[in-house]
Write a protein that binds this ligand. Structure first.
Ligand code: PLP
Length: 441
C-alpha cells in the first residue's frame, strides 16, 4: 500500500531555494495555501523537489482527471508533438480538432445536432459562451449567482460572485449582470428549509427580480454551476434546476452550465447536470477535459451556435496536442473512470459522514462523486464559519503528506483524480482525520 513519505522539514532545502526565487519573479497575486514545490507526479501521488511524497487529493485544482501523467495521455501527447504542435484551428483544418468536437457532441447531453467552440481555459470558455448568448439573443443582461466562480478575465469576472478581492480595484466591470443567491440550503438566504420552502428562491427571480429591476425579455442567459465549486462545493436540492429551467424557458433565457469544474466525469456522471435530468442550452468545460493540457470548450445546439465567421475565434484554442490529450482522456473516462468516480466518491462520502457524526465542527458534508465539500463551523446552531481552523487543517494535511484545498469561506474540498482507489481514499481520510485532530485538540 502506498503511503506519503515526508523526509525533510517542510519546505525542504531545495524547496526553500525555489520559494525565494519565486517570490522575486512570480506575480504575488497567486494564492498558495502552503509551500508545495512539486517536481513530478504519477497517478494520485506527487513528489516535491526534496523527495517528499504526497497524496494529491486535489488533482491540480480538479484538473488531472486521469491522474498525473497517465501513460496513455502521455503517449498521445508525445505522438502528436512529433507530428504537429500547432496550426491554429480557427484558420486551418486538422483531423484531431474535428474528431474531438464530434466526441464532445456525442458525450454532451442533447443529441448529435450540436457544435463546439474550442478555447484554452475555463474563463475563456465562459467568455465565449457569454458572447454567443448575447449575439444570438440580441439581449444585453445576464443573471449569475452569489458565490459563483467563472474565471478572472473581465467578462467572466463580472459574472463571478465569489470573493470581493477578486473584483476590488478592477472596475468598472461589465454592466447588466444581476447576482442572486445560490440554492445553498445549509445557509438559505431566505431562512427557509427545503422542501417546505417550495423553491422560494426561484419565485424570487420571477416575483422580485423580473418585476422590479431586470426586464426578462432583455436577459440573454443565466450562468449556473451545477455544483458551486470555488464557492464551497455547494449542491442544490433535487428539483431546483428543473424548476429554474422552466422559468428560464418561459422568458426565452438561455441556461449556460459552467461545468468547468463539475464536468468530465468528476461527479460520477460525465456532466453534473445529468444528476438533475435537466438540459442546459450551453455546456462549458475545461479543467479535467485534457488531464492538465490547457483546453476549454463550449458546446451548444447547431441552431444556437450559428454565428458568422469572424464573430469569435482563438489562435491556440483546440491546439492539436491538447486535442490529442483530450481524446485519450475521454477514452479513459468512458472506460471506467466516470464509474470509478461514483464508486470511490460514495466510499469517501460515507466516511466523511461518519466523521461528521463524531465532530461538531463539521457542519455539512455534501457533494457528488469526487466533488465533495466539508464545511467547518463553530457549532451546529450558530454555524459560524471556522475559516482559520479550516486553513490550519489544510496546512496540517500538507505537513502529513497530503495536498488539499479549501473552497468558500470555511469549506475543504475533496477532489482527487478520477483514478483514485478505495485504498487511497481510506489513506486520505485517515490522514485528514489525524490532521483535524491535531488542529482541534
Ligand atoms: N468556472 C469554474 C466553475 C471554475 O471552477 C473555474 C476555475 O476554477 C473557472 C470557470 C475558470 O477556469 P480557468 O482558471 O481555467 O480560467
Amino acid at each position: 500500500m502506498q503511503k506519503p513519505k515526508i523526509i525533510t522539514n517542510l519546505p525542504g532545502p531545495k524547496a526553500q531555494k525555489l520559494l525565494r526565487k519565486d517570490k522575486k519573479y512570480i506575480s504575488p497575486s497567486y494564492t498558495r495555501s502552503y509551500p508545495a514545490v512539486i517536481e513530478h507526479g504519477e497517478g494520485c501521488w506527487v513528489w516535491d523537489v526534496d523527495g517528499n511524497k504526497f497524496l494529491d487529493f486535489n488533482a491540480g485544482i480538479a484538473v488531472c482527471s486521469t491522474g498525473h501523467c497517465h501513460p496513455q495521455v502521455v503517449e498521445a501527447i508525445q505522438k502528436q508533438a512529433e507530428k504537429l504542435i500547432h496550426m491554429s484551428g480557427t484558420d486551418y483544418y486538422y483531423p484531431l480538432q474535428t474528431q474531438l468536437a464530434e466526441k464532445l457532441v456525442e458525450i454532451t447531453p442533447g443529441g448529435m445536432n450540436k457544435r463546439v467552440f474550442f478555447a484554452n481555459s475555463g474563463a475563456e470558455t465562459v467568455e465565449g459562451a457569454f458572447k454567443l448568448a448575447r449575439y444570438m439573443t440580441k439581449r444585453k443582461y445576464a443573471i449569475a449567482y452569489l458565490g459563483s466562480f467563472h474565471g478572472r478575465t473581465l467578462g467572466a469576472l463580472s459574472l463571478t460572485g465569489s470573493k470581493v478581492t477578486q473584483k476590488q480595484g478592477f472596475g468598472p466591470l461589465l454592466p447588466g449582470i444581476f447576482h442572486i443567491p445560490y440554492a445553498y440550503c445549509y445557509r438559505c438566504a431566505y431562512n427557509l428549509e427545503y422542501p417546505g420552502c417550495d423553491f422560494a428562491c426561484i419565485k424570487y427571480i420571477e416575483d422580485q427580480l423580473f418585476k422590479k429591476v431586470l426586464p426578462p425579455d432583455e436577459t440573454c442567459a443565466i450562468f449556473i454551476e451545477p455544483i458551486q465549486g470555488e464557492g464551497g462545493y455547494v449542491v442544490p436540492p433535487p428539483g431546483y434546476f428543473q424548476k429554474l429551467k422552466e422559468l428560464m424557458q418561459k422568458y426565452g433565457i438561455l441556461m449556460i452550465a459552467d461545468e468547468v469544474q463539475s464536468g468530465m466525469g468528476r461527479t460520477g456522471k460525465m456532466f453534473a447536470m445529468e444528476h438533475w435530468n435537466t438540459m442546459a442550452d450551453v455546456y462549458c468545460v475545461a479543467k479535467g477535459i485534457a488531464s492538465g493540457m490547457p483546453l476549454g470548450a463550449f458546446i451548444a445546439s447547431a441552431s444556437l451556435m450559428s454565428w458568422p465567421p469572424g464573430a469569435h475565434a482563438s489562435t491556440f484554442g483546440g491546439n492539436p496536442v491538447c486535442c490529442a490529450a483530450a481524446i485519450a482522456t475521454i477514452k479513459l473516462l468512458e472506460n471506467g473512470l466516470v464509474e470509478n468516480a461514483a464508486k470511490v466518491g460514495a466510499v469517501i462520502m460515507k466516511r466523511l459522514e461518519t466523521l461528521q457524526a463524531k465532530y461538531e465542527v463539521i457542519g455539512d458534508v455534501r457533494g457528488k462523486g469526487l466533488m465533495i465539500g466539508m464545511e467547518f463551523v463553530e457549532d451546529s446552531i450558530s454555524k459560524k464559519p471556522l475559516t482559520e481552523k479550516r486553513n490550519a487543517i489544510i496546512y496540517k494535511c500538507f505537513e502529513k503528506g497530503m495536498l488539499m484545498q479549501g473552497c468558500g469561506a470555511n469549506a475543504i474540498r475533496f477532489s482527487p483524480s478520477l483514478i483514485v482507489t478505495e485504498e487511497e481514499a481510506h489513506t486520505a481520510i485517515d490522514i485528514f482525520e489525524s490532521a483535524m485532530k491535531s488542529v482541534l485538540r
